[in-house]
Design a binder for this molecule. Structure first.
Ligand code: ADP
Ligand code: MG
Length: 728
C-alpha cells in the first residue's frame, strides 16, 4: 500500500476509544456551570446592576454606563473564579464560523505591577479591525473600522480560559457585518407583527418569540485517514473517490447502534455542551455511514443560533480529542447522503401559547390557522428569497439532488391541516356563513389536536414541512449559520402578518365582525398560496413538471438563486422593516458571490494538484509495470504474446486515455480560471466560475475514479471511500 495510506491505516488499527468522565452524574447538577445566567447574575451583581440588565434582557431597555460597569464587575469576578484570565467579544462575521480576539483581564496599577480589570466600556463595545472580514464593498466605501456591541439577550460564557461575550458586529457607519445584528432585527420585526395579530385573539399577549430547534448533521472520520486526504483537509469534501461497493444501500446505519469510539465522542460533546447551557437532547446515527446527528431542545432563535455556532466549534475540538475530524460540509462524499441542518421553527407568546399548536377550542384554532396560512403566504411570496437564504456552494450539491430538499420550495401540511384549509376555502363564501357552516367548520377545526398527536404522515422530501407544532425548514445546510435562513423566514412572516392585519382591519372598519373578517382574508389567502402546498414526493420528476405548471420556481444555480436578494420585493421586505438597508443587502450578496467563487476556485486548485501530482504519477507507475509485463511475455512467447497479453494491453491503453484526458482537462480548467479571475464584478465572476470552471470538477473526477478501479490497490495513494466510511 502506498506509504501515506498505509501509515494512516496502521494508526487506525492502534486506536482505542478515549474514556469520558462526565462532570457529574446528574446533568442538572452542572448544566450551565460556565454560563453567566440569571442565577449567577443574582449572585454576582448588585441590586441595581441586576435590575438594569434584566430590564434590558426582558424589555429591551438600554443599559447605561453605570449599570454596564456594575455588570462588568460581577462578570469579571465570576469569570476569574471559574478560571478565566481573558475576555473576548464573540461574534459571527459573514465567514463560516465565529470570531474572537482575546484580551487579558490586566491593566497597570500605580506601582508598576498589574491588576485584574474589566469595565462596562470594554463589556459593551470594542473596536476590532474590520478590514479582514468580508463586508461586500461596505468597507471599501466606508471606513475599515468596525464595532462589536454586547448582545445582552445572549448570556456570556466561558470557553477554556476565556470569557466570551456574544456581540453584534457592525461597521463604523452602522451597517451590519455579521449574522446576529440582522437576526435580532428580524426577530424584533416578527415579534411586533405577531403581537399585533395575536391581539385579535388575546389582549394579554405582549411578546411573541420565534423559536428555533436545529438538527445538526455531521460526518466523523478518523484523524489519520483525514490527513491522508488533502482534498478533505483543504476543502472539507472528497473531490475524488469511487463509490464503495457497499455504502447506504442496506439502510443499516440509520438509527443503528452507535460505535463505542463515536459514542464516547458524543458523551464528551454533550458533557461540554451542558456546561455551556446548550440543551442537547437527541443523538443518533444518520443515513450515510459515519454520519450522525445532534439536536437540542428548541430555544428562542437568537440563543438557539448562538448555541449552534458554539456547538459546531465544540464539536471540532472534542472530535480532535477522540482522534476524529468532524465534517460539516453538505456533501463530503459523492453518491451518498449529505448533511443538512433542519431548522424547526415556531412562534410562541409570553402567555405560553405555541401559535403553531392547534388550539383546544375554536378560537384557538382560528388563531392557529391564521398563523399557518400567513406562514404559507410568506413562503409562497418569498420562495426565491428563502432559497437564496440557504444556498451556497456546498449546499448546492444537496439541493435538487434527490436526497435533500428539492430546489423547488413548497410546503407540506399533512392531511388534517390541508382538510381544514380546504374547508375554509369551500365553506366560507363571500356572503356570510350560515350558523351550520360555522359550526361544522369549528367542529372540524376542533378535531385537529387529536389527530395531529399521531402525526404519522411525515414527508422527508418537503423543504418546508408542518410537523404538528412547528414548521421544519429542511433546506438549510449543515455548515450554515442558521441566522441566514432565520432572517429571511422571520422577515417574510413578519411582513406577511403586518399585511394581514391591515387587510383584516380594513374589513372590520367596513362593519364586518372580527372573526368573519379574519375568515374572509384567510379564505382569500388560501386561494392565493395554493400553489405552494404540496404533500407528494418532492424528488419526483412529475413534481418538477407540476411545479412549473403552478408557476413555482426551480433554481439550482447558486449565482442565479442569490439574485433573489436583489429584487425590488426582497429589498422592500428588508428595508421596510428596518432589517437591512439596501447597501447591506447588496454587500451581503456580494460576500456570498465571493465566497461561492472562492470555494470553487480552491476546489479546482486542489483537484488540479492532486490529479497531476498524486494520480497521474501513480497511473504512470502502474502502467509501466504492465508494459514490463507485456514486454516479458513477448520475450518468452514471441509472436504469440498478443493473445496472452491482450487484456493488459487494453488496460495500458485505457490508462493512457485517462491520463491524457486528465492532463488536458486540468490544463483547460486552469485556463478557464485565468479567464474568470480577471473579471472584477463579483457576480459575473461567480457566474463564470459556475459555468466554466465548476463542470471540470466532475469531469476530471470521473477519469480519476475510473483509474481507481483499474490501478493496483497497493499503489493507490489516497484512502478509498470504503476506508473513509467504514472506520470509526
Ligand atoms: P425529527 O423527528 O424531526 O428528526 P428531532 O427530535 O431530531 O426530530 O428534532 C426536532 C427538533 O425540533 C428539536 O430541536 C426540538 O426541540 C424542536 N422542536 C420541537 N417543538 C418545537 C417547536 N414548537 N418549535 C421549534 N422547534 C421545536
Ligand atoms: Mg432529526
Amino acid at each position: 500500500m502506498a506509504t501515506f495510506r498505509l501509515a494512516a491505516f496502521q494508526k487506525l488499527l492502534e486506536r482505542e476509544s478515549v474514556p469520558v468522565k462526565r462532570e457529574a452524574d446528574l446533568t442538572s447538577d452542572y448544566y450551565g456551570m460556565l454560563v453567566f445566567d440569571r442565577a449567577k447574575m443574582k449572585k454576582y451583581l448588585s441590586k441595581e446592576a441586576l435590575k438594569g440588565v434584566l430590564d434590558a434582557i426582558d424589555n429591551g431597555t438600554t443599559i447605561d454606563r453605570k449599570i454596564a460597569d456594575g455588570v462588568a464587575m460581577g462578570m469579571k469576578a465570576w469569570a476569574i473564579e471559574n478560571g478565566a484570565t481573558h475576555y473576548t467579544h464573540w461574534f459571527q462575521p459573514l465567514t463560516d464560523g465565529t470570531a474572537e480576539k482575546h484580551d487579558a483581564f490586566i491593566d497597570h496599577n500605580e506601582t508598576g505591577g498589574v491588576v485584574e480589570s474589566f469595565s462596562g466600556k470594554l463589556l459593551a463595545q470594542q473596536e476590532p479591525d474590520a478590514s479582514s472580514f468580508p463586508s461586500g464593498g461596505i468597507r471599501q466605501t466606508f471606513e475599515a473600522r468596525g464595532y462589536t456591541a454586547w448582545d445582552v439577550s445572549s448570556p456570556a460564557f466561558i470557553v477554556g480560559t476565556t470569557l466570551c461575550i456574544p456581540t453584534i458586529f457592525i461597521s463604523y457607519t452602522g451597517e451590519a457585518l455579521d449574522y446576529k445584528a440582522p437576526l435580532l432585527k428580524a426577530l424584533h420585526a416578527v415579534d411586533k407583527a405577531a403581537v399585533a395579530v395575536c391581539q385579535y385573539f388575546d389582549r394579554n399577549v405582549n411578546k411573541v418569540i420565534a423559536n428555533l430547534g436545529w438538527e445538526q448533521e455531521y460526518f466523523l472520520i478518523d484523524e489519520a485517514l483525514y490527513h491522508a486526504r488533502p482534498d478533505i483537509v483543504l476543502t472539507g469534501r472528497t473531490l475524488m473517490g469511487h463509490s464503495s461497493s457497499k455504502d447506504q444501500q442496506l439502510d443499516d446505519h440509520y438509527f443503528g447502534s452507535i460505535p463505542e469510539r463515536v459514542g464516547n465522542f458524543m458523551i464528551d460533546l454533550e458533557n461540554e455542551a451542558y456546561k455551556l447551557g446548550i440543551p442537547v437532547k437527541t443523538r443518533h446515527n444518520e443515513v450515510a455511514p459515519n454520519q450522525y446527528e445532534v439536536a437540542p431542545i428548541y430555544e428562542e432563535a437568537n440563543l438557539a443560533n448562538d448555541h449552534n455556532q458554539m456547538i459546531m466549534d465544540l464539536m471540532k475540538k472534542v472530535a480532535r480529542k477522540h482522534k476524529f475530524r468532524v465534517l460539516f460540509h453538505e456533501k463530503p462524499f459523492a453518491g451518498i447522503n449529505g448533511s443538512g441542518k433542519h431548522n424547526n421553527w415556531s412562534l410562541s407568546t409570553d402567555t405560553g401559547v405555541n401559535l403553531y399548536s392547534p388550539g383546544k377550542n375554536p378560537k384557538g384554532n382560528l388563531q392557529f390557522l391564521t398563523f399557518v396560512v400567513n406562514a404559507l403566504m410568506a413562503v409562497y411570496k418569498n420562495q426565491d428569497l428563502l432559497r437564496a437564504s440557504i444556498l451556497n456552494a456546498p449546499n448546492s450539491h444537496r439541493l435538487g439532488a434527490n436526497e435533500a430538499p428539492p430546489a423547488i420550495i413548497s410546503a407540506f401540511l399533512g392531511t388534517e391541516v390541508n382538510k381544514m384549509l380546504d374547508l375554509i376555502e369551500q365553506n366560507v363564501s363571500d356572503k356570510k356563513m350560515t350558523p351550520e357552516e360555522k359550526t361544522s367548520l369549528k367542529l372540524n377545526i376542533g378535531r385537529i389536536p387529536e389527530i395531529l398527536l399521531d402525526n404519522t404522515d411525515r414527508n422527508r422530501t418537503s423543504p418546508f414541512a408542518f410537523t404538528g407544532n412547528r414548521f421544519e425548514f429542511r433546506a438549510v445546510g449543515s455548515s450554515a449559520n442558521c441566522a441566514s435562513a432565520m432572517i429571511s423566514l422571520n422577515a417574510a412572516v413578519a411582513s406577511q402578518l403586518t399585511e394581514f392585519k391591515k387587510e383584516v382591519d380594513e374589513i372590520i372598519d367596513s362593519g364586518v365582525k372580527r372573526d368573519e373578517a379574519i375568515f374572509q382574508v384567510l379564505k382569500k389567502y388560501i386561494g392565493i398560496c395554493k400553489p405552494i402546498r404540496f404533500d407528494g414526493n418532492g424528488y419526483s420528476e412529475d413534481w418538477k413538471v407540476e411545479a412549473a405548471k403552478r408557476g413555482l420556481t426551480n433554481i439550482t444555480c447558486v449565482p442565479e438563486a442569490l439574485e433573489a436578494y436583489l429584487t425590488e420585493t426582497s429589498k422592500k421586505l428588508f428595508t421596510d422593516q428596518g432589517i437591512f438597508n439596501e447597501k447591506e443587502i447588496e454587500g451581503r450578496v456580494e460576500v456570498e458571490y465571493e465566497k461561492f467563487m472562492k470555494k470553487i476556485q480552491i476546489e479546482a486548485r486542489v483537484l488540479g494538484d492532486l490529479a497531476i501530482n498524486h494520480i497521474v504519477p501513480t497511473a504512470v507507475k502502474y502502467q509501466t509495470l504492465l508494459i514490463e509485463n507485456v514486454k516479458g511475455l513477448k520475450e518468452i512467447f514471441g509472436d504469440d504474446y498478443s493473445t496472452l497479453a491482450g487484456n493488459r494491453m487494453d488496460i495500458i491503453k485505457e490508462i493512457s486515455e485517462h491520463i491524457t484526458a486528465i492532463k488536458l482537462k486540468v490544463g483547460e480548467m486552469i485556463e478557464a480560471r485565468k479567464k474568470a479571475n480577471v473579471i472584477e464584478n463579483e457576480k459575473e465572476k461567480a457566474y463564470t466560475y459556475d459555468k466554466t470552471v465548476r463542470p471540470f470538477l466532475d469531469d476530471i473526477r470521473s477519469h480519476i475514479d475510473k483509474l481507481e478501479l483499474i490501478i493496483d490497490d497497493e499503489v493507490w495513494p489516497l484512502p478509498k471511500y470504503r476506508e473513509l466510511l467504514f472506520n470509526s
